[in-house]
Design a protein around this ligand. Structure first.
Ligand SMILES: Cc1cc2nc3c(=O)[nH]c(=O)nc-3n(C[C@H](O)[C@H](O)[C@H](O)COP(=O)(O)O)c2cc1C
Length: 225
């Protein structure tokens, strides 16, 4: 089946949104925690987080257009900080509910029963129930000319991670952290590792790494370095 741009344009609005939102593959599931200058909290699920660089550690987030009605963006621009909290299977229902358009004076923390957690010296709330939580400081913001979406670039300044999810080579075993993946705008997946691959070099054929997940190490199947 081949679908061209005329057919994409001709799709009914919601159908096109569901279709195109599926095309970028599996995406990360994050709850973005913010507060306004007065400390009123806000929480929103967002899947468009991408890695931008490791030194300094930068993550980019795409926020839909919509001005002041976008509480997450307004809070990030006002306070310069926000948290990203990985969604686990147990959190899918409250996390998804944060997508509802609550008015500015209603906190999605209260509406969904999730608990704000504070780290000293960091103004944005983390999500206590999440297993992997990041604190970010805003470094750059641009509204993109092509469709008015906002590119928000933040530096990771805090990482709260279960120790057993941290592997010897520095990678994080997200299956141990229980992080889920998203496809489209409504499907939540429980991913598993198929294989870990060694650093690719010309002239060397692809080599898989010893499949030493942090979980296996924690259960004593492999020695933890
Ligand atoms: C699975 C899923 C993923 C989403 N990802 C994004 C995203 O990456 N960027 C965005 O701006 N909105 C995204 N949304 C929509 C926001 O969650 C929604 O607009 C929310 O009301 C924003 O809250 P706020 O106004 O408090 O910022 C997503 C919604 C769902 C259900």
């Amino acid at each position: 089946m081949l679908i061209d741009s005329d057919q994409i344009r001709a799709m009914e609005k919601r159908q096109r949104a569901a279709f195109v939102n599926s095309l970028s593959g599996f995406k990360s599931a994050n709850l973005v925690g913010t507060a306004d200058r007065a400390g009123h909290t806000n929480l929103a699920i967002m899947s468009s987080v991408v890695h931008l660089g490791s030194d300094p550690p930068l993550l980019a987030l795409i926020v839909r257009p919509g001005g002041e009605e976008r509480h997450t963006l307004a809070n990030i621009l006002a306070t310069g900080c926000y948290s990203l909290n990985h969604v686990t299977a147990a959190l899918v229902e409250p996390a998804h509910q944060t997508a509802a358009r609550y008015p500015a004076d209603v906190s999605e923390f209260e509406a969904t029963g999730l608990t704000p957690q504070y780290q000293q010296g960091f103004a944005a709330p983390l999500v206590a129930e999440a297993s992997l939580k990041l604190g970010l400081e805003l470094r750059e913001h641009q509204q993109l000319a092509i469709n008015g979406t906002h590119l928000v670039i933040g530096e990771v300044v805090l990482v709260d991670i279960p120790e057993r999810a941290l592997m010897a080579d520095g990678a994080v075993d997200l299956t141990v952290a229980g992080t889920v993946a998203i496809s489209g705008l409504d499907s939540y997946h429980d991913p598993r590792i198929i294989k870990r691959m060694a650093y690719a070099k010309p002239g060397l054929s692809p080599r898989s790494l010893e499949h030493q997940t942090a979980d296996m190490a924690a259960r004593g199947r492999y020695q933890r370095v």
